[in-house]
Design a protein around this ligand. Structure first.
Ligand code: UTP
Length: 422
């Protein structure tokens, strides 16, 4: 039960920030939701939230600083000797149980239009496997190959955590040891309408949204999983999204490269298809690793080529990165910046009606994992073949859809069967 005094304090706090409208449905809420919304109000740091609204509203992000291209190693062009050197270094780490996989599965999958967690989505067309199952197979295969224990950490959101856990239980953890699959929820922030006002979710409490894949480091830390990794002797964590069917989750070359180059991270890249492809690319900014987003890159840079005729800024970031545990610990202590994204957010209006907007109506605030790169002194970049390691599933049809991901997956399996994949 909410005490009157608690309600009054919440109202006072809201009035200070011009947000008292958010209690307009309070009297219609049941006790549980009354308690929830009062707790939400107690916990929101309104000064920071309003700052965020004002700062991110100011301008479009412009590229500043001294930007140069970044060195990379092309996996395909390694000599036999180089390949074996990196491979053997990495293999040893994996065999010694120092390697873990982390899958970020806290997104909403709005473009794909799935209501259930995206990882439960089946790619279909004869492949009746969910994304989680496909990823679990990649891990299990590596476990057998290296005869190693490879724990799997899965970042979920408040919205999809319980459905994700239930899905794993129903599928008997896809044969992974139960104690080696760990779920943790990512952080959340309130959404704001275009006037900086809080909105209600469909149940009448404050609408929150997950804080982006860059929230992974802080959430790992908050949930005690950095400690868990250290206890297990984990040195290397491969972090990627749930929606890349071909993600090379266990890669000795990526580890070997980082160790040989003395870096604390390896980012995998694929060659940008054309100067105007809408992807972020690896580069260096003021001497540190950085990803320039497609909205930031100038036409001149996008078209610049080296002596061999390759794009100078052509190493696309595909959200498949390996981090050393020390880097993860450090990044978790640094606050990454927030970016705003316009979203169509379902909400409850002051009359209790649920509104499903046709156009974006609210801002979601997100951190991006690649903003963490700037805090590293250096980073290794490993160029991999697109057709071997990148089959994203973003849209319900067209590009990067179940159809394209499935075709790439089937083609990969065929080549693998013929022994054409290293
Ligand atoms: P996307 O940015 O493509 O988002 O996430 P999404 O949620 O999958 O899809 P849309 O934009 O709503 O259509 C890339 C990866 O990062 C994870 C996603 O689950 C996906 O694996 N992610 C994204 C999170 O874990 N948390 C987030 O807050 C955002």
């Amino acid at each position: 039960m909410v005490e009157n005094i608690e309600y009054e304090e919440a109202l006072k706090k809201l009035k200070k920030y011009g947000q008292e409208h958010i209690l307009c449905r309070y009297e219609y809420l049941d006790d549980e939701r009354k308690e929830k919304i009062i707790n939400q109000i107690k916990n929101i740091d309104f000064d920071s939230l309003i700052d965020l609204f004002n700062v991110t509203n100011k301008s479009i992000k412009k590229l500043e600083g001294n930007v140069t291209n970044i060195d990379f190693v092309d996996k395909e062009k390694l000599t036999k000797e180089e390949y074996e050197t990196y491979y053997n270094i990495g293999k040893k780490e994996i065999e010694q149980g120092k390697y873990a996989v982390l899958t970020m599965a806290g997104g909403q999958g709005t473009r794909l239009g799935c209501v259930a967690p995206k990882g439960t989505f089946k790619i279909g067309g004869g492949i009746e496997k969910s994304l989680f199952e496909v990823l679990s197979e990649t891990i299990k295969e590596a476990k057998n190959k290296f005869n190693a224990r490879i724990p799997w950490y899965i970042m979920t959101s408040r919205e999809n955590n319980s459905a994700t856990e239930k899905f794993f239980e129903k599928n008997d953890f896809f044969g992974m040891p139960y104690e080696d699959v760990k779920f943790f929820k990512q952080g959340e922030l309130p959404m704001l309408d275009f006037n900086g006002k809080l909105i209600l979710d469909e149940t009448g409490i404050i609408k929150l949204a997950s804080d982006g894949h860059g929230g992974v480091f802080e959430s790992l830390d908050k949930n005690g999983y950095i400690e868990d990794m250290k206890r297990r002797g984990i040195e290397w964590v491969f972090i990627s999204g749930v929606d890349n069917v071909l993600a090379g989750l266990v890669d000795p070359i990526a580890v070997g490269l980082a160790i040989k180059e003395g870096t604390l991270a390896t980012g995998k890249s694929v060659v940008k298809r054309s100067p105007d492809e809408q992807v972020g690319v690896f580069c260096k900014k003021n001497g540190r690793p950085y990803v320039i987003e497609y909205t930031e890159i100038t036409e001149e840079m996008a078209n610049a080529r080296n002596e061999e005729g390759e794009l100078l800024y052509g190493e696309s970031h595909i959200l498949t990165n390996l981090f050393n545990i020390k880097a993860i610990e450090d990044i978790a202590q640094n606050k990454l910046p927030y970016h705003k994204a316009k979203k169509k957010a379902k909400y409850m209006d002051e009359n209790g009606e649920i509104i499903k907007p046709e156009n974006p109506n609210a801002y979601k605030y997100e951190k991006f994992i690649f903003d963490a790169f700037e805090s590293l002194d250096n980073m290794s970049i490993l160029r991999v073949k697109r057709e071997d390691e990148f089959a994203p599933l973003k849209n319900s049809d067209g590009e990067d859809s179940p159809d394209t991901a499935r075709d790439l997956y089937i083609d990969f399996l065929k080549r693998k069967e013929k022994g054409l994949i290293k």
